[in-house]
Design a protein around this ligand. Structure first.
Ligand code: AMP
Ligand code: ZN
Length: 436
């Protein structure tokens, strides 16, 4: 497989030089952080009053963690490290789960971010010849503008469609011969289910690649998207606190997502004790921004669960790879005392060929007990709906789920297109247990 690079020197830098660069940038980031009232107080408590208190690479461990709640308390400008005149853009979170958070960017911050995106795009083998349709929503959500500027930097033809309006999306894909999509995993499956309705066949499209991210999904969902569209799908990971997309991305080898370690110091910790975990061991991802000037963030606890892969990638990039994100420390469900991650359920239902492109996880109270109901849409090409078939498919799904999560779920089969569709991040879990 041919390997291309956007910034070859830095992407293939030897690890000793990379660590040196990280230390230099960490010191600079501490100096920047100390300009904010929040970090000035926080770092002082930890005995850090200047960049020279960070002498060795391991000294990052002296820095206390930063949490989402800290960010919320800093709203709107407790973490602003430059004069507002130097800020060219800000992104806030939606604030649906509390006070929003805000990240400011200088012109250089945006430029650095776009370069990271360009690295990601080129790592998947895409070029200026590609037609790129960005189906992530534009505006405050970072998936829209983030990818947009990186794609323009590469020289791709960008169709800034944003999220939703499925029929128009399909029409544009056909009319302009879109070759690369940026889209959520749930939405790409939905797009496929609408092709026939729009009178479009797979042969009418020129699609080759899709960048799937913004929400957790399983390897089976990736395979489903790849098989349905006959494309390569690449995992794309990011979080708005660390700019957004472009934190980690798969290369053509699709064996984990390279984290751009010259920009992000990544750690995996035990979420309960805060202790560092070795490679291949799953835990919470913690990131330190090493280059952003407008909003520094040191040792930010992402709540995302993954591990760092051992060994080198065949592409020769030296930046280590993250595994798929298997869940979040805050999305674990406790069902009758058993811990279950939604991703475990997705993995099972998406490997069953008769299951279509959408599913939902519902929780109800039945007396004092919790009841798990897994609703799946059927794949009409493979499933004709004879009564005997219905029972046998339901039982098969139930059995496979029970083997994976120990709980006996109820399974409901639904018509294609009948479960709720999300054009942005999917909301798969409906938990009615607290409701009377
Ligand atoms: P936001 O800050 O709104 O952009 O959301 C970021 C969050 O989306 C991350 O912290 C993850 O929980 C989730 N996310 C983004 N990309 C992925 C991905 N490729 N796989 C799993 N979860 C993802
Ligand atoms: Zn690689």
């Amino acid at each position: 497989m041919k390997t291309s690079y956007w910034e070859k020197e830095i992407e293939t830098i030897d690890r000793t030089s990379l660590k040196k660069l990280q230390l230099k940038r960490l010191k600079e980031s501490v100096a920047v952080a100390l300009k904010t009232p929040f970090y000035k107080a926080r770092l002082k408590k930890a005995g850090i009053t200047g960049p020279d208190d960070i002498k060795h690479w391991e000294d990052y461990k002296k820095i206390p963690f930063t949490t989402k709640d800290d960010l919320r308390e800093c709203y709107p400008n407790g973490l602003l490290a430059v004069p507002m005149d130097d800020v060219v853009r800000l992104h806030t979170s939606s604030g649906t789960t509390g006070t929003p958070t805000v990240i400011y960017h200088t012109k250089k911050d945006i430029d650095n971010w776009s370069d990271l995106i360009a690295r990601c795009i080129v790592a998947t083998g895409a070029t200026e010849k590609d037609i790129f349709q960005n189906m992530m929503s534009y505006g405050m959500f970072t998936g829209g503008l983030g990818l947009h500027y990186g794609a323009e930097k590469v020289g791709m033809t960008v169709i800034p469609m944003g999220g939703g309006n499925t029929k128009r999306q399909i029409q544009l894909m056909k009319d302009f011969g879109t070759t690369v999509l940026h889209i959520t995993p749930s939405y790409i499956l939905h797009i496929h289910s609408k092709l026939a309705e729009c009178g479009v066949k797979l042969e009418d499209l020129k699609l080759k690649k899709a960048y799937l991210g913004a929400e957790p999904y399983s390897e089976n969902t990736r395979k489903k998207a790849e098989d349905l569209f006959q494309i390569d799908a690449y995992n794309s990971y990011g979080l708005s606190e660390m700019n957004g997309p472009g934190v980690a991305f798969e290369c053509v080898h699709k064996c984990g997502m390279h984290v751009w370690e010259d920009t992000y110091l990544v750690e995996v910790i035990d979420p309960k004790t805060g202790e560092s975990l070795p490679e291949e061991k799953e835990g919470e991802l913690v990131f330190t921004q090493l280059v952003r000037r407008a909003t520094p963030l040191l040792r930010y606890r992402s709540r995302d669960i993954a591990c760092i892969r051992k060994g080198q990638c065949a592409c020769k990039r030296t930046h280590r790879r993250l595994s798929r994100i298997t869940g979040r420390t805050d999305d674990m469900l406790i069902i009758n005392g058993v811990n279950v991650y939604p991703s475990q359920i997705e993995e099972v239902v998406m490997r069953i060929p008769e299951v279509g492109t959408n599913y939902q996880i519902c929780l109800e109270k039945e007396g004092t007990l919790d009841k798990l109901i897994v609703k799946v849409e059927i794949y009409s090409k493979l499933f004709k709906g004879e009564l005997s078939e219905v029972d046998s498919l339901k039982n098969r799904i139930k059995e496979e789920l029970r083997a994976a999560i120990i709980i006996h779920p109820a399974v409901e089969l639904h018509e294609p297109g009948s479960l709720p569709v999300f054009e942005g991040k999917a909301k798969r879990v409906v938990d009615n247990r607290a409701k009377l």
